[in-house]
Design a protein around this ligand. Structure first.
Ligand code: NAP
Ligand code: G4F
Length: 325
């Protein structure tokens, strides 16, 4: 019989890439969607998988919806990707961020414990939990957490709850501590997509400025399509554990800007970029760089897409979107 997987956050960036991977492996995929006045399936359509998913209703802030869902579907695997995932918004919406990202995970784990204790669980943890910790110039599974935003703090709670359900109830629960990963379907608020979309607008004469915040922040940027393979591999490993996933290379926001303008064939990026205080954060995470050797050794996972190829892929996709319009 086909394995079953429930993906929360199915309409976001990672959900569609993971759904595609699992469908290719023969899974039946359930995708959790919350109530929307005007839902958009654009990201799933982009990967051509919308019609192959069975959509189920629920909300991470509504415990009873998650209890019913797990009781009804009893999936082999749950990938919890749902989140208020934009760090910048988490200062203004700290309570909502906590309810979705922290309490929502507790509700889901409880539902698994009560109704489907053999279900394997993946939690979308994040390098934002490390915040300003980088005692060795990189972060790995032994680096202490020092989150810098309500988002990072909510994810630390979810991380420890995931570990605690493993230790207390012997559930198969894993944390993937993923560093930034991007793609042509990355949300438009995140800096990479904001840059590639802005570059495509400038190239097509639809904008003449790109407003950005801190250009010095450094991130370890990989491709989402590579990273969902690590999520899958964690749940296939013989024992549940927590893994850092990243490329081991980092670049500044300015490096990304330079590469993106160059990929679009626009000289003199400085002519277009405006530093705008509105996009600076009350507390910044200045420098993230993964050491993913545990995932590489134990899971056989490896990043495949270079920084240059990632930027090119995103710029080309945005140029194509504006040309099509
Ligand atoms: P994303 O594009 O923002 O997608 C998040 C999804 O969560 C959206 O589809 C959203 O649904 C859904 N969601 C939000 N609140 C919900 C609620 N109350 N109930 C049900 N669903 C809800 O995020 P992503 O980039 O794919 O990331 C996936 C996960 O990995 C997130 O948990 C994120 O925090 C984590 N993460 C991401 C990165 C990265 O670089 N991308 C790195 C580390 C960890 P709507 O479409 O209805 O808004
Ligand atoms: O693209 P960002 O908004 O991503 P951030 O904050 O690193 O968070 C992303 O990655 C995390 C993993 O580390 C995920 F957990 C999280 O869910 C999300 O996917 O910002 C990246 C950097 C920041 O330092 C920010 O200050 O870019 C800087 N930046 C500079 N100008 C900007 C801008 N960020 C945004 N969003 N918009 C700007 O105009």
């Amino acid at each position: 019989m086909a394995k079953t997987a429930l993906i929360t956050g199915i309409l976001g960036q990672d959900g569609p890439y993971l759904a595609k991977l699992l469908l290719e492996k023969g899974y039946k995929v359930y995708g959790l969607i919350r109530r929307y006045s005007n839902p958009t399936f654009d990201n799933l359509d982009f990967l051509g998988v919308t019609k192959k998913i069975e959509f189920v209703d629920g909300d991470m802030t509504d415990e009873s919806s998650l209890l019913h869902l797990i009781k009804r579907t009893m999936p082999d695997e749950v990938y919890n990707l749902a989140a208020q995932s934009f760090v910048g918004a988490s200062w203004q919406q700290a309570k909502l961020t906590t309810e979705i990202n922290a309490l929502g995970v507790l509700y889901l784990l409880n539902a698994i414990k009560f109704f489907s204790p053999t279900t394997k669980f993946y939690q979308a943890s994040t390098s934002e939990m490390f915040g300003i910790s980088h005692d060795k110039g990189f972060q790995d599974e032994n680096t202490i957490f020092h989150p810098r935003s309500p988002y990072g703090i909510s994810k630390v709670y979810a991380y420890w709850m995931t570990v605690n359900f493993r230790e207390s109830y012997d559930l198969f629960t894993c944390n993937g501590i993923l560093f930034n990963h991007e793609s042509p379907i990355r949300g438009i608020q995140f800096v990479t997509r904001k840059i590639t979309d802005g570059v495509a607008q400038i190239k097509n004469g639809l904008a003449d400025k790109l407003h950005l915040g801190n250009l010095d922040a450094r991130r370890d940027w990989g491709f989402a399509g590579d990273y969902v393979e690590a999520m899958y591999l964690m749940l296939q490993h013989k024992t549940p554990d927590d893994y850092v996933v990243g490329t081991g290379e980092n670049h500044s926001v300015k490096d990304f800007v330079v590469e993106a303008f160059s990929a679009a064939g626009i000289p003199d990026w400085e002519k277009y970029v405006v530093i705008d205080a509105r996009f600076k954060r009350p507390a910044e995470v200045p420098n993230l760089k993964a050491r993913a050797s545990k995932a590489e050794k134990q899971l056989g996972w490896k990043t495949k897409t270079s920084f240059k190829d990632l930027v090119k892929m995103m710029v080309e996709a945005d140029l194509k979107r504006y040309e099509a319009k």
